[in-house]
Every structure is written in structure tokens, then in C-alpha cells.
Ligand binder design. Sequence first.
Ligand code: CTP
Ligand code: MG
Length: 250
Amino acid sequence: MGSTESRLWCVVPAAGRGIRFGGEIPKQYLELRGRPLLLQTLERLASHPRIAGIVVAIAADDRHWPGLTQCGGKPVVAAIGGSSRSESVLAGLRALPDSVAIDAFVLVHDAARPCIGNEDISRLIVLGSAAGGALLAAPLRDTLKRADDHRRVAATEAREHRWRALTPQLFRRGELTVALQAVLDAGIGATDESMAMEHAGHRPLLVEGAETNIKVTTPADLQLAEFFLANEIGTGSQEPQETAVKMSTP
Ligand code: CTP
Ligand code: MG
């Protein structure tokens, strides 16, 4: 069995406070289709045949974590996350079982993206492992404006070659660990794993993913996620227009 057919682990950062969403309960524990959003995300990941197990990074003071040790027959391990996303992912990587080799690929997926589809995961694994690292992303569809301090348009930016970074992102366990540690040491606030890898000199592959793989950030997003899941939109076999595009030099 080649490395492209082996199963891989997924790290799920779920230690955020959901400040932009607001409310008392962190957004990952709000009800989505009658179940906590985080559970929905974990079930979707666990349902993929290539996923071996999941490490969930939760907040140190998390009172809602149900103490899951399994999901869909796959092992689930909890780790204590940190005050930044990078720290949480790093804690998750460190909690991976020893059986996950240093050069094995791992997926990192936001707890707050419950609409992830199996097709996207499959394509990311196949194309990403061949490319040495990759992320799901969506090309910009709207015209992009740069604002000045008074919210006046300062410039219209070229839309070409601009992508929105999604998750999952796929990197080698060792390389990602080193890259995240480096951005943390340098005081760089990396908002995704790719940014840390880029900082370390890597050129991750952009793999086009479904637009429906939204990150629940505001209450309106929760309704949208509910709608996508209820109607099974973007969650299965839809093919995006392009399969993969190499990152180009700006
Ligand atoms: N996350 C994490 N640890 C942190 C911050 C974020 O594990 N210290 C996780 C979140 O739980 C989420 C994912 O990273 O699943 C993406 O982050 P985001 O959508 O920004 O969630 P929050 O940070 O919780 O939201 P906000 O930025 O509005 O506070
Ligand atoms: Mg955040």
C-alpha cells in the first residue's frame, strides 16, 4: 500500500472563544441540526474512509466538551489548546499518537466548518500529498477593494490569483510542527497553517474546494450551515470548476 492510500489523522482546533459570534456558549457548541456544531464537524471527518482518528484541541476551561473518545468508530483524543489558533494546532500535533510518523501527512480542520464534504477531503489528500502540502481554497468571486482609514476606496485590487483559504489543510506532521513553532517564536499571528508553512519557505498547493465549506463566524453563518446540511448542498460529490491551481508568485 503506497503512502497515498494510507489513513491519516486530523487535528481539529476547537479552543476558540467565538468573540465575533457573541453569546455565552462558544459557537462550536451551539446547536446545528439538533446537535452541537463540533460534533457535526467531527462526524463528517470521521465518516471519511481515509481518516484514521481525530485530535480535538479544546480550551483549558471548556465545560461543554462531552469527553468523546470515539466518533464513527474512529479514536478521538482531546488536547488542551492555547490562546492562539497556532498554539491550539501545535498542542493538537503534539497529542497525536506516536504511530503518526514525523513525515506523515496530517489534516488540520476548523471545528467551525461543519459543512466539509467527503469529496473535498479526498481531493485534498490525493493532490496535497503529491504536492507535499496543500490547502482547500476558493477563488475570489467579488471585486476586491482596498479601503483607506476613512473607509473610502483607495484602490481596486486585481481579483486574479487571489484565493480565500479554507480548511482542511494538509501538511507533514514534522514540517508543520516546526513551522508553527517558528511563527510563534517570531510573534507572527498565523491565521492558518499554510501561512506558517509559507513563512518557513514552503509553497503549498491551492486545491479548489466547495464554497459551501463556510466557517461559522456570525449567527447568519449558522443558519446558512443549517441550510447547506439540511439540503446536502456541497457536502458530497459536487465537483468544483477547477481541480487544482498552483500558487503563483504575487
Ligand atoms: N481556535 C482554537 N484556539 C484558539 C483560537 C481559535 O482552537 N485560540 C479555533 C476555533 O475554535 C475555530 C478555529 O480555530 O474552530 C477557527 O477560528 P475562528 O473561526 O476565528 O474561531 P474563534 O477564534 O473562536 O472566533 P473569534 O475569532 O470570533 O473569536
Ligand atoms: Mg479567531
